[in-house]
Design a protein around this ligand. Sequence first.
Ligand SMILES: [Zn+2]
Length: 141
Amino acid sequence: MSDRFFPDGMPQPLADAISLPFWEAASEHRLVVQRCTACEHTRLPPSPLCPECRSEDADWQEISGRGEVYTHTAVHRPIAGGQELPFVIAVIALEGSGGLRMISNLVGVDPGEVTIGMSVEVVWEDMSADLALPRFRPVPQ
Ligand SMILES: [Zn+2]
């Protein structure tokens, strides 16, 4: 099991037929984005149609999990019992993703030390045997 950053009572995502490949890759600690095989446009969250060319054909591209902080905020009210406060919600600009951004949490950093443009990398949090969530932490300097 991975390090834990959030309590079990946190709201958890529900997979559906469109997002299942993302969550299956996540359970293997691989970060993937959906890519249109007709025009190569990438998208996240996944969707049944390409917003650029309307194609239904897509595959999954693994990305490095590195990126930088696009924007962030600190949350001072708990969502679940036993939660350490404050915690950081951030939008991460994902390297090698075709310009995609992901909303996640920053861990392993004091909220007051987070800066826009900070280099970060994915760190996986195993919430159960089947569910791993991508969080991000600063890249060690
Ligand atoms: Zn397309």
